[in-house]
Ligand binder design. Structure first.
Ligand code: GDP
Length: 446
């Protein structure tokens, strides 16, 4: 266990609530306990007590929970004070903790300690933040699966297979006369191919999981009155209630998040891009343009009663060329044709009516297909861009290894680098600055 100081934080969200929790973690909290709780607190038993100040007067009355090391969230002694959820009373409790020698916890510091004390691995620690930030029910479910170790287990299986293969190669290096035969005899090439296939599977599941976390960024463009707001409302449907914005973006007139099959779809409505009135608005609009450049898809909405005109083509000309485009012919209830998806010289076109809802399911499917989403998310786990990069790097090293089967030194080195890439996912090989970056994005108290 890592020796460290005592940290304390209000772990519940700011504002008023039924209860509020102050969490304390560190080595040897017994003395601390008597300074703040009015009566002895047996381990792991909810104990009703007064929480007291330096003179012994009650700050609050609540439940104290004491988890002695190592059986606690952080692996250290942990004390939780469940009091009333008012900002002032919680601040007083926190102040009392600081008087007793604790210091305010940094964002994510409890989880960081859990990781450093081997209670969880790095991918699990990240899933704690992903669960808290989850913007759809499916994203939350997959984050829980990662927290329970589903992702780490798949990565560990890859590492185990890799270690076996490395042992074989290292053994062959020790017997230079019969090296290549040794590898052939143990079916080294077969094992490597097997490992590559397994890695492809994990990468594909991770790409799905990453979509649940990052979502799909769609830019909605079209002339006034083609039905952009109507389509947004239709896509939002009843699911809007549970969708929130991903961390770091603000909800405003030009961004809306909806959920399609549990995948968060962040829609930027360019109708909100009017000429700026002031510097703040200008900054917001500049950010929106950057978002447009990095979008996964541009949706051009057209009016089916009018077809594509010069004004529509002008809108498309103003947009950055990068993201793929999808055309939507809206208002089919006013023309004699049904909902459809068509593939033509100008790409894919979906015919629908935002008003009646006909064909909206076709658009939803086309949106998800554009980013390779596969149906059936049973057993899916949450993954981050960092994990995808590590898996892709591991994949490249395996490809290189398969080309170098005859050159044992190079083969051994590629396999070693592959293991290093995989190990960075669960935190086996992870530089300190990366840890800092990961945990500073957590909320305080977690
Ligand atoms: P926006 O300016 O592009 O956001 O367009 P709106 O969503 O405000 O729609 C403009 C007008 O078209 C409104 O009167 C809508 O009721 C109407 N509208 C939108 N979609 C449809 C549709 O699919 N069918 C019909 N008949 N009218 C529609």
């Amino acid at each position: 266990m890592t020796e460290s100081d005592i940290i304390a934080a209000i772990s519940t969200a700011p504002g008023r609530g039924g209860i509020g929790v102050v969490r304390i973690s560190g080595p040897r909290l017994e003395k601390f306990l008597s300074g703040i709780v009015s009566r002895p607190v047996p381990p792991r038993r909810a104990t009703l007590a007064d929480f007291i100040d330096a003179r012994g007067s009650a700050i609050d009355q609540g439940i104290a929970l004491y988890f002695p090391a190592p059986r606690s969230y952080t692996g250290e002694d942990v004390l939780e004070l469940h009091g009333h959820g008012g900002p002032v009373v919680l601040q007083l409790l926190l102040k009392r903790c600081l008087e007793l020698g604790a210091r305010p916890a940094q964002p994510g510091e409890f989880t960081r300690r859990a990781y450093l004390n081997d209670k969880i691995d790095l991918a699990q620690a990240e899933s704690v933040a992903d669960l808290i930030d989850a913007s759809t029910a499916e994203a939350a479910r997959s984050a829980v699966r990662s927290l329970q170790g589903a992702f780490s287990q798949r990565v560990d299986e890859l590492i185990q297979a890799l270690v076996g293969l490395r042992a074989l190669v290292e053994a062959a290096l020790d017997f230079p006369e019969e090296d290549v035969e040794l590898i052939e005899h143990a079916d080294g090439a077969g094992r490597l191919a097997n490992l590559q296939a397994k890695l492809r599977e994990v990468l594909s599941s991770s790409q799905q999981g990453s979509l649940l976390r990052e979502g799909l960024r769609v830019v909605l463009v079209g002339r006034p009155n083609v039905g952009k707001s109507s389509l947004l409302n239709r896509l939002a449907g009843e699911e809007l209630a549970i969708v929130t914005d991903i961390a770091g973006t603000t909800r405003d007139a030009i961004r809306q998040s909806v959920s399609i099959e549990g995948v968060p779809v962040h829609i930027i409505d360019t109708a909100g891009l009017r000429p700026p009135n002031d510097a703040v608005e200008k900054l917001g609009i500049a950010r929106t343009w950057t978002a447009i450049e990095h979008a996964d898809l541009v949706l051009l909405l057209l009016d089916a009663t009018q077809g594509e005109g010069a004004a529509d083509r002008e809108i498309m000309r103003d947009l950055p060329a990068g993201p793929p485009r999808l055309r939507v012919m809206n208002k089919i209830d006013l023309v004699p044709r049904g909902p459809a998806v068509e593939y033509g010289s100008s790409g894919c076109t979906v015919w629908l009516s935002a008003k009646t809802g006909e064909g909206v399911d076709l658009l939803q499917r086309a949106l998800l297909e554009s980013v390779g989403w596969q149906r059936g998310t049973e057993g899916l786990f949450m993954a981050r861009a960092r994990h995808l990069h590590a898996l892709q790097l591991a994949q490249r090293h395996l490809e290189q290894a398969s080309r170098e089967m005859g050159k044992l030194e190079i083969l051994a080195e590629e396999l070693r680098l592959c293991q290093q890439a995989l190990g960075s996912i669960t935190g086996e090989f992870t530089p300190d600055d990366l840890l800092g970056e990961i945990f500073e994005r957590f909320c305080i108290g977690k």
